[in-house]
Ligand binder design. Structure first.
Ligand SMILES: [Zn+2]
Length: 311
């Protein structure tokens, strides 16, 4: 978890240079002043755009170097790769040229690298082909995670709500909103790999990361008793204790019976219950009074357990 951000400014990029020129707007001739740059620099970004580079290039540096040319016709604020490397190519309050439309006036542009094991068929509408699906999947899961973390940090810094309409958009959404050129990134690659990623899952993941500091999928969650039994790694340790608690009525399900009993618990909570059960806490005859220092536990877990014990 955690990306590493390095400033690697593309000072030769024409958009970068224009920002430097416009930052001195008070000394510029009136006709030379461009309010699009001046406003972006004054007000900061109002949103973030997610891109995917559209070629088989897993490294951020070559992409950044391509943007760092006087002949470059596009520019972005940052490029990220699957292992957590993030290159920031300009100050966040610069107006860059990433989306080919008016979203450039309001939105930061972040480019995700793409796996080496894919290729685009130039003779067939740039259809993407995947040579190694597991490797490509692993790579793209990485860029998605890094993008979630970076966007969460940017939303916090810029005081943006990731779930507000139009705050986080993809390039393809910018096109559909009339704010950008006709591109399909980054969803084109998620679809090609049959990943269950959409811009909605992305926005929710950013929101979740801002509130919890973790990725939602990191914690194993068990919906039913059967899910615990089916857990190849830990089911055999967890299931007996949970069954015992259910049988004693100390843990009340949320419906269902037998293996279909709905327990709806995260793994943290289950582990803690198992530890307590092993300690014999639930074997006493009277209402269990558990001597736990709740301040030393995860607050959410402690509350969940406390609630269940006091039911
Ligand atoms: Zn794009």
């Amino acid at each position: 978890m955690g990306y590493i951000l390095t400033q690697y400014y593309t000072t030769k990029n024409p958009a970068y240079i224009e920002n430097v020129v416009q930052s001195d707007y008070q000394t510029l001739d009136y006709g030379r002043r461009d309010s699009r740059y001046i406003n972006f620099q004054k007000n900061g970004a109002q949103g973030l755009t997610l891109h995917s580079i559209g070629c088989a290039q897993p490294k951020a540096k070559p992409i950044a170097d391509n943007f760092n040319k006087s002949t470059a016709q596009a520019s972005v604020h940052a490029v990220l790769q699957s292992d957590g490397t993030v290159l920031q190519l300009c100050p966040w309050n610069y107006r860059m040229w990433h989306v080919g439309g008016s979203a450039n006036n309001t939105h930061i542009g972040v480019e995700m690298c793409e796996p080496a094991c894919i290729w685009y068929d130039a003779n067939n509408g740039y259809k993407v082909h995947i040579n190694d699906v597991p490797a490509a999947t692993e790579y793209v899961r990485g860029t998605y995670r890094v993008a979630v973390e970076l966007f969460a940090d940017l939303c916090r810094q810029l005081k943006l709500d990731p779930l507000n309409d139009g705050v986080i958009i993809s390039h393809s959404e910018a096109y559909k909103r009339g704010l950008g050129s006709n591109h399909g990134d980054p969803e084109h690659l998620w679809k090609a790999l049959n990943l269950n990623y959409t811009m909605d899952t992305f926005r929710h993941a950013v929101d979740y990361y801002m509130r919890h500091g973790t990725h939602e999928e990191e914690e194993m969650r068990y919906n039913t008793l059967g899910d615990i039994k089916a857990d190849k790694n830990n089911g055999k340790y967890y299931a007996p204790a949970i069954e015992k608690l259910l049988a004693k009525g100390l843990l009340t399900g949320k419906g269902g019976t037998g293996d279909e009993t709905i327990i709806d618990l995260g793994e943290d909570a289950v582990r803690l219950l198992v530890v307590l059960a092993r300690a014999g806490v639930f074997d006493k005859q009277d209402t269990p009074k558990v001597d736990i220092d709740y301040t030393k536990l995860g607050k959410a877990v402690a509350e969940e357990i406390f609630q269940r014990l006091s039911n």
